[in-house]
Design a protein around this ligand. Structure first.
Ligand SMILES: NC(=O)c1ccc[n+]([C@@H]2O[C@H](COP(=O)([O-])OP(=O)(O)OC[C@H]3O[C@@H](n4cnc5c(N)ncnc54)[C@H](OP(=O)(O)O)[C@@H]3O)[C@@H](O)[C@H]2O)c1
Length: 322
């Protein structure tokens, strides 16, 4: 009996010590540990940063932050007009800027080749594969339009792979480069009512992690950036709160925490923002996965109901005014 009690005591101490070590690592990562200095990737030394989907939301803030860090900017997005305004803003910050207008929904082979040529004419230190789309609102898979499904595949997956292949050669040759891929909590916890989006972000996660391990011996860093909600056009949230920051503070954290896991238990993954890291810590280490999925179904199902009510209201108002 005494031997059994001693064994249970040791197991208990082991479990408590394990959780204490997890909490210490979490606090250290989120509050104290500095990320890799961007100078390692050529900041202030003439290197270029390439950002896709850079005219709004997270991509716009990322481009501005990289300009503040003194990277020249290759700005890639859909609208030529917005890109020119963005380039002017970046040049004001004392760095060079070039633009490539492209609709990632529909890129010809000639356009891909032209983009590759433009990218390989400069020394690319950073590529941020940021462009992405989601659903208009959470819905059942059979309700998602063919057009949305094509966009999810083209923007969230194909563009990332094609852009990466364009720059990886020069980065490996120089043994220097950072590729940052925009992932989502939809790949941390499977997301009912966003199944296709969640699937594409699962692709982003596994592509990033596999590639990261493949190119690490060549001195190239690949990081999967796992983001919960941030205020943006895509998230349809304008007012920040504890869990949903504005893009600017969020992106500041991203670039000061390169190479730091934050709340993530996954390799080559960063969850740099405190409240997101805390959520991931609870979801990954404390809650059973099925409980987390059920929570997500409730959350996204609620958002779906609200979106449908809003559409009904708008339709009623429109028919009244006719
Ligand atoms: N915001 C969030 O809460 C959140 C959470 C998790 C993950 N993420 C990920 O973060 C990334 C950025 O999200 P965001 O919220 O910043 O998005 P956003 O505000 O909607 O901005 C998207 C950017 O992509 C560009 N873009 C859209 N469609 C394009 C196309 N067909 N071809 C070329 N460019 C196109 C947009 O340009 P235009 O201005 O011309 O449309 C805009 O610059 C995405 O990969 C998303 O999945 C976001």
């Amino acid at each position: 009996m005494a031997a059994l009690q001693t064994m249970f005591a040791y197991v208990g101490i082991g479990v408590v010590a394990y959780y204490i070590s997890l909490i210490i690592t979490f606090v250290y990562d989120v509050f104290l540990r500095a990320g890799v200095d961007l100078k390692k990737f050529g900041a202030g030394k003439g290197a270029w940063a390439v950002v896709t989907g850079c005219t709004d939301g997270l991509g716009r803030e990322a481009a501005l932050e990289l300009a503040r860090k003194k990277f020249n900017l290759m700005l890639i997005s859909r609208s030529a007009e917005k890109l020119e305004a963005m380039a002017a803003e970046v040049r004001e910050m004392g760095v060079e800027a070039r633009t490539i207008a492209v609709d990632f929904n529909n890129v010809s082979e000639e356009k891909w080749a032209q983009m590759a040529q433009e990218l390989n004419a400069v020394r690319v230190g950073v590529l941020m594969n940021n462009v992405g789309v989601s659903y208009e609102y959470p819905m059942h898979v059979e309700e998602v339009s063919e057009q949305t499904i094509d966009a999810l595949v083209e923007l969230n997956m194909r563009a990332m792979v094609k852009m990466t292949r364009m720059v990886i050669g020069q980065m490996k040759e120089r043994k220097c480069g950072l590729i940052l891929n925009s992932g989502s909590f939809a790949a941390l916890i499977p997301s009912p009512f966003l199944s296709v989006y969640s699937g594409t972000k699962g692709f982003v996660k596994y592509f990033s992690q596999s590639l990261a391990a493949e190119v690490a011996p060549f001195g190239v860093v690949v990081e999967h950036l796992q983001t919960y909600f941030v205020c943006s056009r895509m998230s349809k949230t304008r007012k920040p709160n504890f869990l949903i920051p504005l893009p600017k503070p969020y992106i500041k954290n991203v670039f000061s925490k390169i190479g730091v896991e934050g709340g993530s238990s996954e390799p080559y993954t960063s969850i740099p923002f405190f409240s997101h890291a805390l959520m991931a810590f609870v979801a990954e280490r404390l809650a059973p996965k099925q409980t987390a999925i059920n929570y997500n179904r409730g959350l996204l199902g609620g958002l779906r109901k609200r979106a449908l009510l809003k559409i009904q209201r708008q339709q009623a108002e429109a028919s009244k005014s006719q």
